[in-house]
Design a protein around this ligand. Structure first.
Ligand SMILES: [Cu+2]
Length: 739
């Protein structure tokens, strides 16, 4: 007994000594690396025009923050702007308080303030930082983070950080407003619109009708038009100082607000060595997808004679940006063909699937993800339904011809070590359907935007397994703060660890992570305009809120996703003039319309409407109209109430009754026939049974019809030419202004 005890003690002592020996050098080398960042509003010219941007230390992107694994990071961020800001350290494992999501984990940085962030660096790899306040990332608040490993495992001579981003000369808030109003302008400008003439020329009218029936215009790849895509802040960048034979590690970061790319490389096939900061089993690979917020590291070798082109081509083929490494003749990167949206629509129309899952629900507090999964998206036949797991989704999809999105899969990513969790750890399954409404530009999960849900509770010591089921026509790059998750793929136990995962249209991806933190962590689509339209959740460990957040309620962050956006149009034509205004948030909308015909006819209306769900709303308001044709002597004001329905095949239907008990039905629709040219039609029918008014003798019902039809040609983002006939105002033509 004594002997054993003594032996144990000696062993313990030995173990301690060993630990000490191992630990000492690590501690001895722990250094503090300090950075000072200043965020400022500045005039910048990134796409042929001087506009107001937001810079970090005077540049876009901001400086590269270089650290060493095991060191301690101290970063001071000074806000020299007149609006509040924040910085999130994307992909870093750090204490919740320093994660940088304003009002959720960290107080915002008020104008003039400096905030200190500090955390130990527990990892190595390529990461980035960006503002997490509204749309500031689009204005330029982003930069790269490089953490060198303690022990260098990869062989290369030099390295180069390449930050990809998208640039707009518009104010980002106006970009979002343009998306909210449902303008086709960005697609027209990008050449990705699919007007009816192109659809018919491709014999895709049947497919188009099937889409319209499900209230969809077609396949969407990207929403925003950008005049420029940037690599390290320029549309084109040259790095001639690399020498032939140099092995260069490219640390590629997609810091774009709403653009994913296909990366291609000139010269010999490069080696992919790392994804989202984590090393992967090296694989020779050229054309590779990089979703928003992902990072990939490639090792390229500079050729003896020539320079390598690295090119990032946008997923929708609307543009590209290139970096050139070395000297001499250019070894061009392979071209990436522009995706064929009409072809995609034709293929999708052949599949058995239900599109148009709503972005908001009649009863948002009733979360029914499984019902939603069953009713929308790919309709599985019964035997296939019994198969479970990720592999079976892929099998089912390919059986249904879904391989059109197979190009986005992550099977080439394999972790060099097993990433599985201990078997005895409890697993909690969560199903999140990714949902959205293109017309209203509202994005959500399970038909519930962030503003209509509670935090998702997770427990320390458990595994959270999330099935992301994309019910929309777009890819969504989903990002989890403060954790790495396994992306289940064909590599099984060696599935890669990531912080951002792209979920392709109508596809399912399963991720899982070990719950080892505390506090609240954001989980959201990294398309900036989807995040700010509600596609987000908060995972909460249920631990007490950090007292330093007192006075910074989380509802402020949530409110950012449920703001009112206001837009309008004004028409001046030879037959009439009019103005219309809309102010809308997720559930509520105010409409004002006024029309005046030069022949002395008029109508004005104000209504408030409430969306019960995407396609159905109730409304009430006031209507004013002249009662005698071509005379303004008698103007009648009535109270109106009714319902509005966005029908299959995308008609706007309005059913109402006024305070004189006169029922009215109206229907309207517009269609883009050619690029820029749309036609529209409207028909309204009202009956008066004489419940309040006295009808002419011998009549027991009086009917009134209003109709109009016309064409609109978009001259620019804000102006259109309009020609129309209205049975009250007659025929005419003029100009329409959008504001
Ligand atoms: Cu999204």
């Amino acid at each position: 007994m004594d002997y054993i005890k003594k032996k144990t003690n000696i062993y313990t002592l030995l173990l301690f000594c060993l630990l000490f020996l191992v630990k000492i050098p690590a501690y001895a080398q722990t250094d503090t690396t300090t950075y000072h960042l200043t965020i400022r509003k500045e005039q910048v010219n990134k796409a042929g025009k001087k506009v107001m941007g937001m810079t970090v230390n005077g540049t876009i992107p901001g400086p590269t923050l270089k650290f060493k694994e095991g060191d301690y990071a101290v970063i001071y961020v000074k806000n020299e702007m007149d609006v509040e800001t924040s910085v999130h350290w994307h992909g870093l494992l750090l204490p919740n308080f320093y994660d940088g999501v304003p009002y959720l984990t960290t107080p915002p940085i008020k104008p003039g303030e400096t905030r200190k962030y500090e955390f130990p660096l527990k990892q190595s790899g390529t990461y980035w930082y960006h503002s997490h306040t509204m749309l500031q990332e689009q204005s330029g608040v982003y930069g790269s983070i490089v953490i060198e490993p303690r022990k260098k495992k990869l062989k290369y001579d030099k390295e180069l950080v390449l930050v990809l981003s998208d640039w707009t000369n518009e104010k980002p808030i106006n970009v979002l407003r343009t998306l909210k109003r449902g303008s086709e302008w960005y697609q027209i400008k990008k050449g990705t619109a699919t007007p009816l003439n192109k659809v018919i020329a491709r014999h895709a009218l049947g497919a188009q009708l099937k889409f319209w029936k499900q209230r969809m215009d077609g396949a969407d790849i990207a929403d925003v038009y950008y005049p420029a895509f940037l690599v390290n802040g320029s549309q084109k960048h040259e790095y001639p100082n690399f020498k032939p034979g140099d092995r260069v590690r490219l640390r590629i970061i997609n810091g774009s607000s709403s653009t994913s790319y296909w990366m291609t490389f000139g010269g010999k096939t490069p080696t992919l060595v790392s994804a989202d900061g984590k090393n992967v089993v090296p694989v020779k690979r050229n054309k590779t997808f990089i979703a928003i917020a992902e990072t990939y590291d490639f090792i390229v070798t500079i050729p003896k004679n020539g320079q390598i082109e690295f090119r990032a081509t946008t997923d929708d083929g609307s543009g590209s940006t290139s970096a050139f490494l070395g000297k001499g003749p250019v070894l061009a990167a392979p071209d990436v063909p522009k995706p064929d949206k009409i072809g995609m629509m034709k293929k999708m129309a052949k599949m058995d699937m239900r599109m148009g899952a709503p972005s908001i629900k009649y009863r948002p507090r009733k979360d029914e993800p499984h019902k939603m999964e069953k009713n929308w998206g790919m309709q599985m036949d019964k035997p296939a339904d019994k198969m479970k797991g990720n592999m079976s989704h892929d099998m089912k999809d390919s059986m249904k011809g879904m391989d059109m999105f197979a190009k986005y899969n992550y099977d080439y990513l394999k972790s060099p070590v097993k990433t599985t969790f201990p078997k005895d750890v409890p697993v909690r399954n969560i199903l999140l359907n990714l949902t959205g409404n293109m017309h209203r530009y509202i994005w959500s999960m399970n038909g519930i935007p962030l503003s209509e849900t509670d935090k998702i509770k997770i427990k320390k010591g458990e595994v959270t397994r999330i099935t992301l089921n994309n019910l929309t026509m777009m890819s969504h790059p989903m990002h989890l703060h403060g954790h790495f998750f396994r992306v289940l793929n064909k590599n099984g136990d060696y599935s890669p660890l990531k912080h951002t995962v792209n979920v392709p249209p109508m596809k399912k991806i399963t991720i899982e992570f070990y719950n080892q933190e505390s506090g609240d962590w954001f989980f959201h689509c990294h398309i900036l305009y989807h995040l700010t339209s509600g596609m987000a959740r908060i995972f909460s460990y249920g631990t007490p809120r950090d007292p330093r957040l007192k006075g910074y309620p989380v509802k402020k962050l949530i409110h950012e996703t449920n703001r009112y956006y206001t837009w309008g149009t004004a028409d001046v034509a030879s037959n009439m003039t009019g103005v219309s205004l809309v102010s809308s948030n997720t559930r509520n909308q105010f409409n004002f319309d006024a029309e005046y015909g030069w022949n002395k006819n008029m109508e004005a209306e104000f209504t408030y409407e409430r969306y019960l769900y995407d396609y159905f709303r109730v409304f009430a308001g006031v209507n004013m109209e002249n009662t005698d044709r071509n005379s303004l002597d008698n103007i009648k004001t009535t109270a109106v109430a009714g319902v509005r329905w966005f029908t299959p095949y995308m008609f706007d239907l309005d059913l109402r009754v006024d305070n004189e008990l006169r029922p009215r039905i109206s229907i309207g629709r517009d269609v883009m026939l050619f690029p820029r040219l749309s036609v529209f039609g409207y028909y309204e029918y009202r009956l008066d049974f004489g419940a309040v008014n006295t009808l002419p003798p011998n009549k027991n019902v009086e009917a009134e019809k209003v109709w109009n039809a016309g064409a609109e040609y978009m001259l620019s983002k804000n102006f259109s030419l309009v020609a129309s006939y209205d049975n009250r105002y007659g025929a005419g033509g003029g100009l329409s202004l959008r504001f």
